[in-house]
Design a binder for this molecule. Sequence first.
Ligand SMILES: NC(=O)c1ccc[n+]([C@@H]2O[C@H](COP(=O)([O-])OP(=O)(O)OC[C@H]3O[C@@H](n4cnc5c(N)ncnc54)[C@H](O)[C@@H]3O)[C@@H](O)[C@H]2O)c1
Length: 269
Amino acid sequence: MIQHQLLAGKRGVVFGALDEQSIAWHVASQCVAEGARITLTNAPVAMRFGTIQKLGEQLNAEVISADATSMDDLKTLFEKSVEILGGPLDFVLHSIGMSLNVRKGKTYTDINHEWMLKTLDISAISFHKMMQVLYQTDAMAEGGSILALTYIAAQRVFPDYSEMADAKALLESFARSFGYHFGVKKHVRVNTLSQSPTRTTAGSGVKGFDDFFSYADAMAPLGNASAEDCARYCAALFSDYTKAVTMQNLFHDGGFSSMGINPAVMSKG
Ligand SMILES: NC(=O)c1ccc[n+]([C@@H]2O[C@H](COP(=O)([O-])OP(=O)(O)OC[C@H]3O[C@@H](n4cnc5c(N)ncnc54)[C@H](O)[C@@H]3O)[C@@H](O)[C@H]2O)c1
């Protein structure tokens, strides 16, 4: 693992490490290798089914259970994290996504709207809730960095991504809107990182995942960005080398988002 002590002395909270495949698992490991001290968090159900405790032991990081849709859980989580880490937070990663409609095979034209509300709450509104708690409790350090992971289906149509596309569009909007308030208050940066398809529990849950993984890989001149690549980019965005980057949706996709056509894909047809 490449490491440069980019985050020496920094404190952070990482949401969403479920197992070794999770993007957040890689980000947490990279941040600690770069000198940060962190707490890890996930939903109570993930504590039972995932392997987050193992990561906590590896990284010497406290694992705190919190449902990211619960304001009370979020308040307790950030309060405990500031106490354990010994001061305000320099960075926070939101790496959370879940769609009941996708999971249960409901198509976009036959959505269960009760489930859709749940999807929006878990996958997008939790980002606003998290930032509101951090803002109101003054838990972020001056010049800190907040980041959420997103996907290009917020801008372009990927039919099988279904309602998650709408959740991601909302998530990216929250980064801009809250980024203004956090910038003015404490020079805190808020961005979204738009990642290539990556083989994880959430990723592989999308119908046809293998096909659009291969398509994106062939289309992008650099190929798909891996979870390890993503972890290094996150570390850079949490570091002092990106102090003036805020309210952006940053594509991390090997160039996929700028492509129109690639002969490598055409010749496959
Ligand atoms: N895998 C991909 O292809 C890909 C591509 C672009 C963006 N992303 C995004 O990356 C992020 C992480 O996903 P991943 O691919 O690592 O999959 P993952 O399944 O490992 O991570 C999703 C996480 O969300 C957590 N979660 C679900 N409900 C929660 C709740 N109520 N409270 C707290 N946590 C909750 C899960 O426990 C899990 O840890 C997601 O936002 C996803 O949309 C993934």
